[in-house]
Design a protein around this ligand. Structure first.
Ligand SMILES: [Zn+2]
Length: 394
């Protein structure tokens, strides 16, 4: 049997989140002026969405555990086991997140087994691998979105060090060595050495005119001369990217990245495996990070939505099979017919959309969402126009 149910997500209140965007989008009250960093749709154990079934509201992970065949289907279970493989989020980034890297599948399995065997509690701050899954991520910008994404070309890094007197002493350290060795050196610098190198640079840049949103500008804004952080080097080592609304980017396993500012829709594997490299108060395990991080240069690939027409646009991911994201854009009176081949989620981000399946019709206003069981044919229709994101198995 196939079905379509309304799905209710949950907000996450992290310190880097904004105060207005998510409450406005989700039509939530924020009289307490809380920070709303993320909105989660999925079956994550710690913040499952609620699925409105005819049996009553159920946490999605509970509903899946009790009827995996109906909620996941055969193909998805074969690939991913008894769990929803992806998590859909809305992010409102008002202050930079940590520099981070996620493991690939083999690294995640090995790391999870190693730390479990060592008896490290799953929730301990020094635990790096909280589950045995990789965590590829993709995101679509809902506003201009700034992020760091992968290492720059070596020549660009060398030029960045040479151009700043405070960093010039690092050029011989990089020398003819590998970028990984150089990155290790930077991550293992003592607080005293960071103070000596970075504080004069931050102070100088804070007292100069810097080009808006240049690496120097980010350094001046994010850097604290009283407590410089090894993550700050990333502004010169990694590609600084600004996505325009509607543009997407994909972060494969092992690629270092950091979200700096903006709003997005993010689709990721349902995993908590994050290795951090600074700009955080959380645990930084440099050696564990260096095992995973890929320091080879990348040219950021901005992904534009493509499709037969604006009603259904796809974001083509490079070689990715973990998840897929589509954007449905309907003008007044338009509709599109779809079928959920595996588990799917629909999130309306603007206007309103009517979802009609054989078994149910759901009115989804801005901020509302639905879960579709595999095998469900359905239509999306917008009386006054509407935009939705569709997360699914590829
Ligand atoms: Zn990430």
């Amino acid at each position: 049997m196939s079905a379509a149910y309304q799905l209710v997500g949950l907000a996450q209140h992290y310190a880097w989140g904004g105060r207005r965007f998510i409450p406005d989008l989700m039509k939530l009250d924020n009289h307490g002026d809380s920070r709303f960093a993320e909105w989660w749709l999925g079956a994550h154990e710690e913040a499952p969405s609620i699925v409105m079934t005819p049996l009553g509201p159920q946490p999605l992970n509970y509903a899946i555990a009790h009827d995996p065949d109906a909620y996941l289907g055969e193909a998805c279970r074969r690939l991913h086991g008894e769990r929803l493989p992806f998590l859909l989020k809305v992010l409102d980034v008002s202050e930079p997140l940590s520099i981070q890297v996620h493991p690939d599948a083999a690294m995640a399995q090995a790391g999870f087994a190693r730390e479990s065997a060592a008896g490290i509690d799953l929730h301990a701050p020094e635990r790096n691998y909280r589950d045995p899954y990789p965590k590829p991520e993709m995101m679509v910008a809902l506003s201009p979105f700034w992020l760091l994404h992968g290492f720059r070309e070596r020549a660009a890094i060398e030029a960045a060090l040479e151009a700043r007197p405070e960093l010039r002493g690092l050029s011989p350290v990089l020398g003819g060595g590998t970028m990984t060795d150089f990155y290790r050196y930077l991550l293992l610098l003592s607080q005293a050495a960071l103070y000596e190198i970075l504080s004069p640079l931050i102070l100088r840049l804070q007292n100069e005119e810097t080009a808006t949103d240049s690496p120097d500008d980010w350094m001046a804004r994010v850097g604290d001369p009283a407590r410089p952080d090894c993550g700050l080097f990333a502004f010169y080592l990694l590609n600084l990217v600004c996505l325009q609304p509607g543009q997407a980017i994909y972060q494969p396993a092992r690629l270092p990245h950091a979200y700096l500012r903006g709003r997005n829709v993010e689709l990721m594997a349902n995993s908590d495996n994050v290795l951090r490299a600074g700009l955080t108060a959380k645990h930084v395990d440099a050696e564990a990070l260096l095992e995973v991080v890929d320091c080879s240069p990348v040219t950021p690939r901005v992904i534009a939505a493509a499709g037969p027409d604006a009603r259904l646009m796809r974001f083509e991911l490079p070689g990715e099979t973990w998840f897929a994201l589509d954007r449905v854009g309907l003008l007044a009176g338009e509709e599109v017919a779809l079928t959920a081949s595996g588990p799917e989620m629909i999130l309306v981000v603007a206007g309103a959309v009517t979802l009609s399946a054989a078994v149910a019709t759901l009115q989804l206003a801005q901020g509302q969402s639905a879960y579709l069981q595999p095998g469900t044919p359905y239509r999306l229709w917008a009386g006054q126009g509407g935009t939705a994101y569709r997360a699914r198995c590829p």
